[in-house]
Each structure stands twice: as structure tokens, then as C-alpha cells.
Write a protein that binds this ligand. Sequence first.
Ligand SMILES: [Fe+2]
Ligand SMILES: [Fe+2]
Length: 275
Amino acid sequence: MNRTLTELAVEVLSTADGREKTARSHAAARLWRDSRAAGAPLDIGTATPPDRPARPARPELLSPRDMPRRRPGSAHGRIALIHAVAHIELNAVDLHWDAVARFAGTPLPLGYFDDWVQAADEESKHFNLLCDRLDALGSHYGALPAHAGMWRAAEDTAGDLMARLAVVPMVLEARGLDVTPGMIEIFRKAEDADTVAALEIIYAEEVHHVSYGSKWFHFLCGRHDHDPAPLFRDLVRKHFHGGLKPPFNEEKRAEAGIPPDFYWPLAEDGARRDG
Ligand SMILES: [Fe+2]
Ligand SMILES: [Fe+2]
């Protein structure tokens, strides 16, 4: 008996070790793709994802204000930066599998599952690329503390698929598009070509994840006859606690299907609060 797609998702979410989690994630993505190519897609199923994904004993998780400051000018600071991004990628693997399993009860075209399985597969590659860089630089994932609270966005949007799409791909992953070019520059200056190459792969593929968010957000807006931009802003104000800050990568955001009227008014909220 074939496992269902949501059972595969729950297996990934329930695996603690990062390399093992990403190996299962790659294998699950392959099973899904092969079944789709054969014209006999796995059943989606109804397996329930855990409230929180399993995580390894290391890294130690600290609240952001307790994190040691990073100095990207130093070799140690650059390792800390790669470590921080690896932590984000591991969380992203879980976020995408959670999006597969948690909202499986909502009637959605199979393309929804294709997209998030693909995104999870790519995040798994991103985590491993960065772990390989940490290993090559004499460190490893788990050697440094990492941000606690990464799962908050998932918890805050567990009951609302449109809020999940607004906050996770369209705010958090879009933020990745804003900051990645600066990171690539840091490693280019340090003449670390292998880390530059890894970050360039990540940068190119993250545009697609943001675009999947925009695609399915707009799809659901169409289904429920909502005006997308004001609904997006309402959902972000209600479910996201971080605030949006420029500079924005307007070119890549546009490429991913997020127009300026989605995010500039939210940044102006923040400017009003701070000012
Ligand atoms: Fe990624
Ligand atoms: Fe992503």
C-alpha cells in the first residue's frame, strides 16, 4: 500500500536530524514526482502534522536578543552567517511540508502540492549546501546557537491558508530576496567562491517559492472573490509580528508576482510606529 503524501510530509516533520530530515524530504519529493509523471499521483491523505516539527538537540535555540552579535568582516562572523541561513533553510523544509499536510483538507488543485513539494525539495538542497560549506570551513550545523521562535509564523497561521501564504512565502521568503544580494557580496569580498555559488543557487530558487505563494494566494482570492492587495495587508497586519522594512528588492519581488502596493503600505505602518 502506497503511503499518502501527507504521511510522507509527517515523516519529514517528525525527523529531528537535519541531514536525515532533508534525505527523507528528497525521497518524498521523488516519490511524489514519479507518481505524478506516471499519471497515478499518490493520494493526498489526511495525516495530521505535529504542532511543532522535530528538531535536533543542537543548535541551542536562543531568543534573538540573546544571540551573540555577528561581525561579517571576520571569518568567524561569516561562519555564523552561514549557520544562521542554514537554520532558516531547515525551518523552511518543515514549513513547506507543513503547508502540504496542514491544508490538505482544503480542496486544491494538485498543482498546489506540486509547488510546495518542489519548494521543500529545494530547501533541503539549500540546507545541505550550507552544511557542506560549514563542514568545509571547519564548523558544522549545531556548533553555534540559533534563533528560537522560527516556528511562530507557522503557529500563528495554522488555521488559515491565506494567512499562511501571505506571511510565509510572501513576507518571510520575500524578505530573503531583499537580503541575499548583500550576503553574496560579503562572501564575494572574502573570496569564498563556494559559498557565493551556494547562495546564488538559493537566490535563484527562492524567487520561485515567493511566486508559488503569490500564485496560490491569488488563486484563493479569485475563488472567494477577494481583492488581493487589501486582503494581503489585513492578513499580514493580523498575523505577522515583525514589521516590514525597506529596502525592498522590487525587481525580484515583481518577478515573483508581488506588486509594490502589497508591501509599501505595510512598511509605512512601521515608519509611523517608529517615527
Ligand atoms: Fe531556501
Ligand atoms: Fe524558500
